[in-house]
Design a protein. Structure first.
Lengths: 594, 663
């Protein structure tokens, strides 16, 4: 650095000793950057005191670190102004100009990484003086950038530039190579998506993304209710219907092959995108028609299992198979553990039976215990087994023992058919977005249930609703003072009928009068208003709605059974009661009740 | 029916509409005959494989049976006799041994053989319950009545995990032995296993237990896992089970039996073998692959009907003969006939199906014979390897050599050359052994005769040499010449000098050369290119893709491809990519659109942005906004169902990307 300095005729006498001094103190490796604290020291006072006088006096009592800082400042200063004026310090008199390129700072984080810098900063902090913060950082950065500009010799610093021009030059010069510029981490690298190996592709596709995400809220969009969804999805016609039918026919052409494979003791596993339920049914029909009829004209039974149906148990499957093989006349009851049931079943299994399982990788069947029962079932020589799998990773369910039993041959059966039965669309999306599930029936359903309940139950519900609404109103009224979060405004609630209080962004309403609590919901960001259990009970008893806590609990249980209320505990363990309705719906129900 | 949990299928209309009986036309017509031919061919093959496989562990099974018998005779108090089977990591071999054993043991009266595994029960109670039930339920059918009355006499009802039940049962039936096989010892919780052993040890005076542990790791590990008390209860003996590579080799040998009509080609065989060694799979999957190859060939190749030697010309439709005449190998054959001016014969093949059938039969026999000869030659090579290298470990496996030979890589290969060279260097005793070994192989007759002649000469030579008892040495052996280093003018000079060889040695060398030349000629003649055989399309099945697609699917790739490039599947006119460039288009299925937007995003996805982008892509495709919303919801739910996205708690209204494309 000293070398670098030499060409420029440094006019100040006071500076030369400082250079020497620095050499002895051995801190000149600096190509780093200042921290604000360091810079604070280095920055001139707003009153533009020429530093020339100040420096020597300070230096006497200052540590090496500060000297270093000063040095750099001087150096940078010199570099930045190729035409130093007689009192070169005046350059610093206009901190305003430096603001212009605060964005161009090349590597502020680099400074933080330097341990030496850190210690220097710590020393500097000891006798730091009150400085103006405005523009300091920027100024220091400018210094550094000027320095950078000098290192790259091609820095086009014009000789006669005025101050404004000089400030712009550092931005134009390419920044020095070491360390990536600020913000580069978040910028997407221009890696082409072409032929990169899978593991690289992972990193390509999982680049840090936060800055890419806007702050747009989905709250302003109203999700559809069940009815609306069905209405619109029914009215939608897919332009690819014909192509899907062709695809289906293509698969249907391999039915004889599948049948042959099944007859040879292989199991079939159909995978690929799209619901394969229709295909399976078609195949079952084909098997039914082409089955070689035994003398009794009794078709070999085909059992179809819908794996995606919630609460499906393996016992249910086994019992269905059992009743299918014995026919209508007898009944075969299987009891005990699934494997025992299977033993009993095998004892009666003398004729071939086909078992077809839709979505074998769906939730209810995914457990290892269930799969091992199914594998044993599939392994039996009288059982022809077919399974369809929807998820891309279904193969991970089976270990080698199970695979040995299934003896699967796999076929790609992409159908592009919609998963109409497999997915409960509206509920699933609500769950995905962390919103509470919408109660089927909504306002009308609740009204219907309430009408069938006794008078005091209705009164209690009314009380609950009014309490919750009061809290909501209070919360909004006290918005300025008590809510701290973003995105909560009246518009939200007016826009949204269905899930008003959940759709607002994160918000926190402090309890009003200590009797109500607002609490964060379980779902991501979703929040829910609730009334404390005890508060509601006290209110109810003062209103003569219920005489005892037993009575109160009984009523609540009734509500709970009909999904009229939701109940949960907040972080402190207090039980909170809420209503699974939007605000408008609550008001409507309240109106109906009174 | 789609919301039903499970149901027995009934067709829509109980009476199927009267269908026009469609008789299969053309080449399809022969499927029935081919099916029968397949059944026959595979049944034979399967029997051979089963016989090979059951023989492989027969000695172990025999030993185990002996052990069990011995345990039944001598009632050793205090310790349960235990057989520990070390099987290695392959799960199938252990099950096969246990199965064979239980098959023989359970037939015997007064003995019970049950096997339990870690999945039988997670706690002691469940394990005991299952054990007792399995042990006592064996011949319930025979004397059900008696059991009931006996139970009634007891009075107090015992809990179903009480070993007293088993003890009573043993006393009633006067059982000599209750053998418990534990199939996956490693999978058990070690404390549970120790507890079980200790408990059963306590009952040993009333119930004659015998244990059979199969271990995949080592005896030491088993010992470490068990408690000291449990180990005290056991009196063990170790048995070894053949490793799985041996099983594969045996199965392979059965598959390439000379009497097979359909041969599996080198490419398919090598991929199947590779898969077998890369992922330790049971022998069942290898056999399954072979079976599937048979199935594919008979199902898809109409000409496989000719593999049935008993087929009559009347049973084969004209289409098949037409197809025969279009085979590449037949065309080459015809060209050869033309070149030889055998026009009349050629004419006959074209005009008469009968004469063609005759040729086909003869050629099929010749072809399979040639392949069987390849197997014999492979065996010769292995014998040479064994005697040249001197150890079993150096011998290349038969399956590997088969794959090389069948892809015509062995004829004149460096492997064979170096083998013959090293044979040439052998001393007379080693050469004698090699000769004998080669003659032990099922080589053609004339070769055998010539070998015998050489052997006789060699014997004479050894007997007639002056100092009997000394072996003859070959000139070609480098060890018989010495290297001499001389320092001449500060330079080292190397000079080779043949050590003096006797006249007999020279004669011996000549004899050896005759032998190796003979072998060389034989091997070069036998290692033919199977693809050059006439009608190899019929008896040689070597298609990799059907097996690959059915046994090693890529479901993830299929789904990703369907969503990222739906045109590949739908083949629709609207979504056809321009110039091979897959792009987002409103005409694509909505889920595909959403998926491609999903691919473009980072690990967190703002649903609002996603919705806006989705809307923008769909644009004015003719749906209302509500419809678009419905589609959006549906597709979002589909992505979730496929496991591509999940909810996140990091930010509200965001979803997390779980799966990346292209793995």
């Amino acid at each position: 650095m000293a070398k670098r300095k030499q060409p420029e005729a440094s006019p100040e006498v006071a500076e030369t000793p400082s250079k020497r001094r620095r050499k002895t103190t051995e801190v000149p490796t600096t190509n780093g950057i200042h921290n604000e604290e360091e810079e604070a020291e280095a920055i001139p006072k707003p009153n533009n005191t020429p530093k020339k006088q100040e420096i020597p006096s300070r230096r006497k009592r200052k540590s090496a670190a500060e000297i270093l800082v000063e040095e750099e400042e001087e150096e940078g200063n010199d570099a930045g102004s190729p035409t130093p004026k007689a009192n070169g310090r005046t350059l610093f008199s206009t901190p305003r100009r430096t603001k212009k390129h605060t964005n161009g700072t090349p590597s502020k984080s680099k400074a933080n990484n330097s341990a030496r810098r850190k210690s220097a900063r710590a020393l500097a902090e000891q006798d730091e003086e009150e400085d103006d913060w405005d523009g300091q950082a920027a100024l220091a950065r400018e210094i550094l950038e000027d320095e950078d500009g000098q290192v790259l010799v091609e820095a086009p610093v014009g000789g006669e530039q005025d101050e404004n021009e000089t400030t712009t030059t550092p931005v134009q010069t390419p920044s020095r190579g070491r360390g990536r510029p600020k913000g580069a981490r978040n910028r997407r690298s221009p890696t082409p998506e072409g032929n990169i190996p899978p593991e690289e592709r992972y990193f390509f596709q999982n680049r840090a993304g936060p800055p890419q995400i806007s702050n747009n809220k989905f709250t302003s969009v109203k999700l559809l209710t069940h009815d609306e969804y069905y209405e619109h999805i029914q009215s939608y016609t897919d332009r690819h219907d014909a192509d899907q039918a062709r695809l289906m026919n293509l698969h249907a052409r391999s039915f004889p092959q599948w049948k042959f494979e099944m007859s040879q003791g292989f199991g079939l596993c159909l995978y690929g995108y799209g619901s394969k339920r229709a295909l399976v049914t078609k195949f079952a029909e084909y098997l039914y028609k082409t089955a070689s009829k035994p003398a009794s004209s009794h078709h070999p039974p085909i059992v179809i299992v819908n794996g995606y149906t919630p609460k499906l148990s393996v016992r249910h499957i086994l019992n269905t198979v059992a009743s299918a093989i014995v026919g209508e006349d007898e009944t075969l009851r299987l009891v005990g553990q699934p494997h025992e049931m299977l033993d009993t079943l095998f004892a009666h299994l003398t004729a071939p039976v086909t078992v077809m399982i839709n979505s074998i990788d769906a939730g209810p069947l995914r457990r290892g215990a269930v799969q091992s029962v199914l594998a044993r079932l599939a392994d039996h020589h009288m059982v022809s087994f077919l399974a369809t799998a929807d998820s891309p990773t279904f193969a991970a369910m089976w270990n080698s023992t199970l695979l040995d039993r299934f003896r699967f041959v796999y076929h790609d059966c992409t159908t592009f058919a919609a998963y109409s039965a497999e997915i409960n669309v509206v509920d699933d999306v609500h769950e995905l977005l962390g919103r509470k599930r919408m109660r089927i029936g909504g306002k009308e359903g609740i009204g219907f249930v309430l009408r069938s309940l006794p008078e005091n139950a209705r009164n209690l519900y009314r009380l609950l609703l009014s309490e919750i609404l009061t809290i909501l109103v209070d919360g909004i009224d006290g918005d300025g003072a008590t809510t701290t979060a973003t995105g909560f405004d009246d518009e939200d609630d007016n826009d949204n009928e269905a899930a008003a209080e959940t759709e607002a962004g994160p918000r926190r309403i402090s309890t009003t009068a200590g009797r109500a609590a607002i609490q964060k919901g379980e779902g991501a960001g979703a929040e829910e208003v609730g009334v404390e259990y005890r508060t509601l009970y006290e209110k109810a008893s003062t209103d003569f709605i219920c005489s005892s806590s037993m009575n109160f609990q009984f009523l609540l249980k009734e509500f709970h059974d009909h999904q009229l209320i939701t109940s949960r505990r907040d972080a402190t363990g207090t039980q909170l009661l809420g209503v699974p309705l939007g605000r408008e719906e609550m008001e409507a129900v309240l109106e109906d009740l009174s | 029916m789609e919301y039903e949990k499970c149901y027995a299928f009934e067709p829509e209309s109980a009476r199927p509409a009267k269908r026009r009986r469609v008789e299969p036309q053309g080449l399809h017509a022969s499927w029935r005959a081919r099916h029968e031919a397949y059944q026959k061919a595979w049944r034979e093959q399967k029997q051979r494989i089963d016989a090979e496989l059951s023989s492989i562990n027969s000695s172990t099974v025999l030993e185990l049976t002996k052990f069990l018998d011995g345990a039944a005779q001598s009632n050793s108090p205090g310790a349960i006799p235990t057989a520990v089977l070390s099987t290695g990591p392959d799960t199938s071999s252990r099950t096969s041994v246990i199965q064979q054993l239980s098959g023989t043991q359970n037939l015997l009266a007064r003995k019970v053989f049950i096997s339990i595994s870690a999945t039988t029960g997670g706690n002691l109670k469940a394990l005991l319950k299952a054990t007792i039930q399995k042990a006592t339920s064996r011949n319930e059918g025979i004397d059900d009545q008696e059991d009931d009355s006996a139970a009634q006499n007891k009075g107090a009802k015992l809990l179903n995990y009480d070993l007293q039940i088993l003890a009573n049962y043993v006393r009633e039936k006067r059982l000599q032995q209750v053998a418990i096989a534990i199939q996956d010892t490693e999978a058990f919780d070690s404390e549970l296993l120790s507890e079980l052993i200790e408990l059963l040890g306590c009952w040993l005076d009333r119930i004659p237990f015998v244990f059979l542990f199969t271990i995949a790791t080592s005896l030491d590990i088993l010992q470490q896992r068990l408690s000291k008390g449990a180990i005290k209860c056991l009196k063990g003996q170790l048995f070894d089970v053949a490793p799985s590579e041996d099983e594969v080799e045996r199965a392979f040998e059965a598959i390439t039996n000379p009497s097979t009509s359909l041969w599996i080609g080198p490419e398919l065989m090598s991929t199947a073998l590779e898969r077998q060694s890369d992922y330790i799979q049971s022998i069942g999957s290898f056999v399954g692959a072979a079976q599937y190859a048979y199935m594919s060939s008979y199902y898809a190749n109409a000409l496989s009907i000719f593999l049935d030697p008993a087929i009559k010309p009347s049973e084969v439709s004209a289409d098949h003969f037409e197809a025969l005449r279009n085979l590449d190998s037949f065309r080459d054959y015809c060209r050869g006939l033309l070149d030889n001016n055998e026009i009349v014969r050629l004419r006959g093949l074209f005009d008469s199906d009968d004469s063609l059938l005759k040729v086909v039969r003869a050629e099929l026999n010749r072809g399979t014979e040639a392949l069987a000869n390849v197997m014999i030659a492979v065996e010769v090579v292995r014998e040479l390897q064994l005697w040249a290298q001197g150890s079993r470990a150096a011998v290349t496996s038969k399956s590997k050599l088969y794959c090389q030979a069948m892809s015509n890589k062995l004829a004149g290969s460096s492997l064979v050359r170096s083998l013959l060279l090293s044979t040439r260097k052998a001393r007379s005793d080693a050469a004698m052994r090699t000769l004998t070994a080669v003659m032990g192989v099922d080589i053609p007759k004339n070769l055998k005769q010539q070998c015998a002649k050489i052997r006789k000469e060699l014997t004479d030579m050894v007997m007639n040499q002056p100092n009997t008892g000394q072996t003859l040495r070959s000139e070609d052996n480098i060890r018989n010449s010495t290297l001499r280093t001389t320092v001449v003018a500060q330079k080292v000079e190397l000079s080779k000098q043949k050590s003096t060889l006797s006249k007999q040695d020279a004669a011996y060398t000549a004899l050896l050369r005759r032998f190796t030349d003979l072998l060389d000629g034989y091997l070069n003649k036998t290692f033919i290119d199977p693809k050059s055989l006439l009608f190899h399309e019929i008896f040689l099945y070597d298609l990799k893709s059907p097996n690959r697609e059915t046994f090693t699917p890529r479901p993830r790739h299929a789904i990703e491809r369907a969503l990222a490039a739906p045109h590949d599947y739908l083949d629709c006119s609207c979504c056809a990519p321009e110039q091979g460039d897959v792009t987002l288009a409103a005409s694509q299925p909505a889920t595909a659109v959403l998926y491609q937007l999903y691919l473009e995003s980072g690990s967190l996805i703002n649903v609002s942005d996603l919705w806006q982008a989705f809307q923008a892509v769909l644009g004015d495709a003719g749906q209302t906004e509500q419809q678009q919303m419905a589609l959006f919801l549906r597709d979002l739910a589909e992505l979730r169902y496929l496991g591509l996205v999940k909810g996140t708690r990091k930010r509200a209204d965001h979803i997390a990307k779980v799966v990346w494309k292209g793995l």
